[in-house]
Ligand binder design. Structure first.
Ligand SMILES: C[S@@+](CC[C@H](N)C(=O)[O-])C[C@H]1O[C@@H](n2cnc3c(N)ncnc32)[C@H](O)[C@@H]1O
Length: 197
């Protein structure tokens, strides 16, 4: 996707910080370092279609910041950049996330917390990648979504079965968009999420 020179500079600075900190904290798999641009950054940028200005976006289990911090960087220059909350239980990863936000001057709040115990975030959009199966993910997201809000999940192979399984406990509309970065992956856009009684 096309991004401005300023955004590209920030993304490159973020990439360098991930690679530097990855020597001491497990932010991304070592085997994916050489491929960080496509495998992690471009992968996360795919969610940008759903980052309208002025909204609250909560990214669950952010790890090293994928996809939430990438969305924050790519929207930083919008007149009303979305407010982005990164939820991560690992305190060391949160130190990293805060340091990136400070260095790149991002509109980001980092919550060092388990998703299940954090006060409801009332988010317009909830995102996650590589966190949990869809059924469990919906339980996490439901707690933090405002009425009418939606979920954008990056999902790998097996996503169709996950959607079928999740329908046991959840009612929802689901659109899937094929990933540009991985042939077996999709972006799942979930709307109208409610618990099946
Ligand atoms: C496999 S990593 C994925 C990280 C990132 N989303 C990515 O795709 O690179 C999952 C992350 O979620 C965090 N996590 C797992 N369960 C959590 C929970 N219940 N509450 C908060 N964070 C959690 C872990 O500490 C870890 O950093």
């Amino acid at each position: 996707m096309n991004v401005s020179r300023e955004t590209m500079d920030r993304l490159e600075a973020y990439r360098d910080l991930v690679l530097k900190w990855n020597k001491s904290i497990n932010l991304i798999g070592r085997g994916t370092e050489a491929d960080i641009w496509e495998r992690h950054i471009q992968d996360s940028l795919q969610l940008l279609d759903d980052a309208p200005s002025g909204e609250h976006w909560a990214d669950l289990g952010s790890g090293g910041g994928f996809p939430g911090l990438v969305v924050a960087i790519a929207t930083a220059d919008l007149p009303e950049a979305p407010r982005i909350t990164l939820v991560e239980s690992d305190a060391r990863k949160c130190v990293f996330l805060r340091e990136v936000a400070r260095q790149l001057d991002l509109n980001v709040i980092v919550q060092t917390s388990r998703i299940e115990t954090l006060a409801p975030q009332n988010a317009d959009i909830v995102s996650a990648r590589a966190l949990a199966g869809l059924d469990q993910l919906m339980g996490y997201a439901h707690r933090h979504l405002k009425p009418g809000g939606g979920c954008n999940f990056l999902k790998g192979a097996g996503w169709e079965q996950e959607v079928r399984d999740a329908r046991t406990h959840w009612a929802f509309d689901c659109q899937h968009v094929p990933s540009h970065t991985r042939s077996d992956a999709v972006i799942l856009k979930i709307r109208g999420l409610s618990r099946v009684e």
